[in-house]
Design a binder for this molecule. Structure first.
Ligand code: MIG
Length: 799
C-alpha cells in the first residue's frame, strides 16, 4: 500500500533535456523528454510570459488579473538554435533557454544578467489534492533589492523576508505579520541599476522567499495551479511598474469628491447622529466630502436592507446630507443571512447562487448576521445579479458609494478565518475549489459591486472601496489597509503599505487614519492626519468601541492642526487629480518610494519613511511622540522647504524641524504646483481662479495640471483641460511656457502665480511677447501676479 508520506517523498521533480521546439508567432514551445513544456510568449519587447506544463498538458488559459486593455506588440523576435541553448532576442532582451535542463537566463543587450534561474522550474506532486506544488527559484544577484508585493507590513525593501499571499481578515495585524488582506504576487528586483519585475499570476496561496532561506536564492511557489509568471524589464523601475500596471489594469478617473476627505466610524447611527457629525464639520469649517454608514444601518445585518427605526427615510437623509455637501457611502458584506423571509436570500436560493461544499450542501459560515451563505461571485450570472441588487440603494435612495468589507471572505469562530478549502466555485466556467478561488473571491465581489454602481450611478462616476484584493482589483475600486491599530508603529506601517501598494499597481490606497482598533491620543491623530492627506484615499475610520475619533475629538489645538492639513488637501486637489490622471494614463504610481524616484542613488535602496507625492513633492511623516522634527533623507537635487521656502541640496540625511503643527514637506525646484481655494467640499464654490505656486529654478522643469468636469464621462470625448508647463529659469529671467490640450473650458479665467525663490526683483513682464503693465497684473508684493488671459509664454525680467 502506498501511504501519503511515501508518495510525497517522491519529492521535487525537475525538467530534463529539451527534445522539441516549435514557434507559433509570438509563442515559443520547448518540450523536455520528461514531459515539461515551457510556453514562452513575447508580449512586448521587454514583457515576456513564462508558463510551464507537466505531463505535456497546460491548464485552460484563464486569469482574473489581466486587463482587457493590455498593450501588446514588439519590434523584433529572433530565435537561434545554439549548441547548448536556444537564444531568443527582442529589441530589449536576450533570453537563453538551456537545452539540458530548461533553465532560463535573461540579459540585456549588453549581456548584463538581469535575472537567471537557480534551480528554475521544479514541482512536487500534490497527493492530497492532485496537481502540483509548482516552484521556481532564481539567483539573487549581488546587492539585489526587492520591492512591491501589495500590502505587506514590512520594510519597503523585502530582501531577507518571506511573504505569503492568502487574503486574510487580519484584525489588529502587526509589523511583519503575514498574510494580510491582499494577494498581489508581484515584485520588483533591482541590482546593478537594472530593475525588472516578476508577476506570478497564480491565485492559489503563493509564497515568496527573498534571499531569506538561502542568501543567494530568491524563490516563489504555489499550492497548486501552474507556474505562470510575467517578466518585465525596466531598466527603470518606472518602466517595470508601468508594464505591470498596464497588464493588470488601471481604474477610471474617480469623481473628484472621492479624493476629498472622508469621515467614517463603526458605526454612525441613527440618522440624527449622522447629521450631527456632518453638521459639526460644517460648523467647525473642516472640509469633508463623504460620511460612511457601517453595518449597523442594515436591518439585522441583512445586506440591501435598512433598519427603519434608525433610518426611517434613507432617501430623504441622503438628500439632506447631499444638500450640505456630503456623499453617503454604505457598507455591503458578502455573507447573506439565512432567513427564509429575506428576499436576497430567497433569490439566491431560487437561482442556485450560493457556494457549495464538495459533496453538495451549501457552505455556511458565521458572520455579523449569524449563519450566512455566500454568493459565488466567480460565477458571471451571480455577478450580474449582485450588480442589480444595487439598483434601489443607488438609483432610488441615492447612495453615492459602497464599501465591500469582509470579502476575503472573513468567517467568524473558525481557525482558518475563512471558507473551507473544499468549497466549490464556478471560476468563470473553470470549476475549482476554494484553494484556487479564495484569493480572487473578494475581487470578484467588488467587481460585481463596481458594475452595479457604474450602471446605477451613471451618468456620474461610481465610487467603490474594497478590503480584499488580488492583482487587477485596482481596475474596479479604491482600497484600504484593513483593521490597523492606533499606535505609532502602525503609522509607520500605514506609510510603508501605501508606498508598497503604489509600487504594486494599486495607487488608490489609504489607511484608517488614527487607527481602527484602540484609541489614539491627539498627537498621534494629528501626525496620522498629516500623513493621511498625502495618501490617495484619505479617510478617518475607527472601530468605535473606544472614544470618538473625529477631527474635533482631541481638543482645540489638535482640531486646528487637523483643519489646517485637511485644508491643504483641498488646496492640492488639482495636483492630486493630476497625479490620478497620470496613474490612469501612464500607469505611474501616485506615491513613489525614494528608490523608485532615484534608483541610481543606492542610498535610497533601504529608505522607508520618505516618499514622493506625485512627481514633485517630498513628504516624510513624523512617526514618534514629542518630536520637534526628524532626520530624513533628501533625494538628490534642490528642494524648497514648503514651510519656509528655504532651499536645500539633497543627497544627504538632514534634520528637519517639524513641531506638532508641521510635517516635513519639500517641493522640487522648478515645480509648478496647482492649487484650488479651500472649499468645505468639492463643488462648494464656483472656481474663479487657479493658483500656481511656481518654484524658481536655474534650469528647466516640466509640470502639468489635468482638469475636467470632475464628474461624468465627457472627458472621454476630449472635454478635458491639460495644461503643460515648462519652466526655464536664468539668473535674471524666468520663462513659463504653457501648452494646452483638450476642449474643456475651465470655469475660472484667472491664473494667480505665486513665485517662490525668485532671485531677482521683477522689472518687466511680457505675455506672449507683449509687454504688460506691471500694475495691471496686480503685482502684490513682489512675487504674486494675476493673469486673466490664457498665455503660451510668460516672461519675467529681473533688474
Ligand atoms: O468584523 O463592519 O475592516 O472597517 O468597521 C468587523 C465593521 C467588520 C471590519 C472592517 C472595519 C469595519 C468592521 N468590519
Amino acid at each position: 500500500m502506498i501511504t501519503t508520506t511515501q508518495v510525497q517523498k517522491k519529492g521535487n521533480q525537475f525538467p530534463n533535456e529539451i527534445v522539441d521546439f516549435k514557434q507559433e508567432r509570438d509563442r515559443l514551445y520547448f518540450t523536455t523528454k520528461n514531459g515539461v513544456i515551457l510556453e514562452l510568449t513575447v508580449l512586448r519587447d521587454s514583457v515576456i510570459r513564462f508558463r510551464y506544463a507537466t505531463e505535456y498538458v497546460f491548464e485552460p488559459d484563464f486569469s482574473y488579473a489581466i486587463s482587457d486593455d493590455v498593450s501588446l506588440g514588439f519590434n523584433s523576435l529572433e530565435v537561434e538554435d545554439g549548441k547548448l541553448e536556444y537564444l531568443i532576442t527582442t529589441s530589449k532582451l536576450r533570453i537563453y533557454i538551456n537545452k539540458g535542463n530548461l533553465k532560463v537566463k535573461i540579459t540585456d543587450l549588453e549581456g548584463t544578467i538581469i535575472n537567471e534561474d537557480e534551480t528554475g522550474f521544479h514541482w512536487e506532486e500534490n497527493f492530497d489534492y492532485g496537481g502540483n506544488i509548482v516552484k521556481m527559484s532564481k539567483v539573487t544577484q549581488s546587492a539585489e533589492s526587492y520591492y512591491g508585493m501589495g500590502d505587506k507590513a514590512s520594510h519597503t525593501n523585502l530582501k531577507g523576508k518571506r511573504a505569503n499571499n492568502w487574503v486574510t481578515d487580519q484584525y489588529a495585524f502587526g509589523k511583519d505579520q503575514e498574510p494580510l488582506y491582499k494577494a498581489i504576487p508581484f515584485y520588483v528586483g533591482l541590482h546593478n541599476d537594472l530593475a525588472y519585475g516578476i508577476f506570478f499570476d497564480n491565485s492559489f496561496s503563493t509564497y515568496f522567499d527573498f534571499a531569506h532561506e538561502r542568501r543567494n536564492v530568491t524563490s516563489f511557489w504555489a499550492d497548486g495551479g501552474e507556474m505562470n509568471y510575467y517578466f518585465f524589464f525596466g531598466p527603470k523601475m518606472s518602466q517595470v511598474v508601468e508594464a505591470y500596471t498596464n497588464l493588470t489594469g488601471v481604474p477610471e478617473l474617480p469623481p473628484l469628491w472621492a479624493l476629498g476627505f472622508h469621515q467614517s466610524k463603526w458605526s454612525y447611527f441613527p440618522e440624527k447622529k449622522v447629521k450631527q457629525i456632518a453638521n459639526t464639520f460644517r460648523k467647525l469649517k473642516i472640509p469633508c466630502d463623504a460620511i460612511y454608514l457601517d453595518i449597523d444601518y442594515m436591518d439585522g445585518f441583512r445586506c440591501f436592507t435598512w433598519d427603519n427605526r434608525r433610518f426611517p427615510d434613507p432617501k430623504r437623509m441622503v438628500k439632506e446630507l447631499e444638500e450640505i455637501g456630503f456623499k453617503t457611502i454604505t457598507m455591503i458584506d458578502p455573507g447573506i443571512k439565512i432567513d427564509r423571509d429575506y428576499w436576497v436570500y430567497q433569490e439566491a436560493m431560487e437561482n442556485d447562487y450560493f457556494c457549495k461544499r464538495a459533496d453538495g450542501p451549501h457552505f455556511k459560515g458565521k458572520v455579523w448576521p449569524g449563519e450566512c451563505k455566500f454568493p459565488d461571485f466567480t460565477n458571471p450570472a451571480v455577478r450580474e445579479w449582485w450588480a442589480d441588487l444595487y439598483k434601489e440603494m443607488i438609483a432610488d435612495v441615492g447612495v453615492h458609494g459602497v464599501w465591500n468589507d469582509m470579502n476575503e471572505p472573513a468567517i467568524m469562530d473558525v481557525p482558518s478565518k475563512t471558507a473551507n478549502l473544499d468549497v466549490r466555485h464556478d471560476y468563470d466556467g473553470h470549476r475549482c475549489s476554494h484553494r484556487k478561488a479564495h484569493n480572487v473571491y473578494g475581487m470578484q465581489m467588488v467587481r460585481a459591486t463596481f458594475e452595479g454602481l457604474k450602471k446605477y450611478t451613471f451618468p456620474k462616476r461610481p465610487f467603490v472601496l474594497t478590503r480584499a484584493a488580488y492583482s487587477g482589483t485596482q481596475r474596479y475600486c479604491a482600497t484600504w489597509t484593513g483593521d490597523n491599530v492606533a499606535t505609532w508603529e502602525h503609522l509607520w506601517i500605514a506609510n510603508v503599505q501605501a508606498q508598497r501598494m503604489c509600487m504594486s499597481g494599486y495607487s488608490f490606497i489609504g489607511s484608517d487614519i488614527g487607527g481602527f482598533a484602540e484609541q489614539p491620543n491627539g498627537e498621534l491623530f494629528a501626525r496620522w492626519i498629516q500623513l493621511g492627506i498625502f495618501h490617495p484615499f484619505c479617510r478617518v475610520h475607527s472601530s468605535g468601541d473606544h472614544g470618538d475619533q473625529e477631527p474635533w475629538s482631541f481638543g482645540k489645538e489638535i482640531t486646528d492642526i487637523v483643519r489646517k492639513f485637511i485644508e491643504l488637501r483641498y488646496e492640492l486637489l488639482p495636483y492630486i487629480y493630476t497625479m490620478f490622471y497620470k496613474y490612469v494614463n501612464d500607469g505611474l504610481p501616485m506615491l513613489k518610494s525614494l528608490v523608485f524616484y532615484d534608483q541610481e542613488d543606492s542610498q535610497t535602496h533601504f529608505r522607508t519613511d520618505e516618499f514622493i507625492f506625485g512627481d514633485q513633492i517630498l513628504v516624510c511623516p513624523v512617526q514618534e511622540p514629542n518630536a520637534q522634527g526628524r532626520r530624513m533623507y533628501i533625494p538628490r537635487g534642490k528642494w524648497y522647504n514648503y514651510w519656509t521656502d528655504e532651499v536645500v541640496e539633497g543627497g544627504d540625511e538632514k534634520w528637519v524641524a517639524a513641531g506638532i503643527d508641521k510635517i516635513p514637506i519639500f517641493v522640487k525646484e522648478g515645480a509648478i504646483v496647482p492649487k484650488y481655494p479651500v472649499q468645505q467640499y468639492v463643488g462648494e464654490k464656483e472656481l474663479t481662479e487657479l493658483k500656481l505656486d511656481v518654484y524658481y529654478k536655474d534650469g528647466t522643469e516640466n509640470s502639468m495640471v489635468y482638469e475636467d468636469q470632475h464628474e461624468g464621462y465627457d472627458y472621454k470625448k476630449g472635454r478635458f483641460s491639460l495644461r503643460k508647463f515648462r519652466l526655464r529659469g536664468k539668473p535674471k529671467e524666468l520663462i513659463v511656457q504653457q501648452f494646452k490640450d483638450g476642449s474643456y473650458i475651465t470655469p475660472y479665467n484667472k491664473l494667480r502665480l505665486q513665485f517662490h525663490g525668485l532671485p531677482f526683483t521683477i522689472k518687466k513682464i511680457e505675455l506672449d511677447n507683449e509687454k504688460v503693465d506691471l500694475k495691471s497684473v496686480k503685482l502684490n508684493g513682489n512675487n504674486n501676479i494675476e493673469i486673466s488671459k490664457d498665455f503660451t509664454e510668460l516672461h519675467l525680467f529681473g533688474a
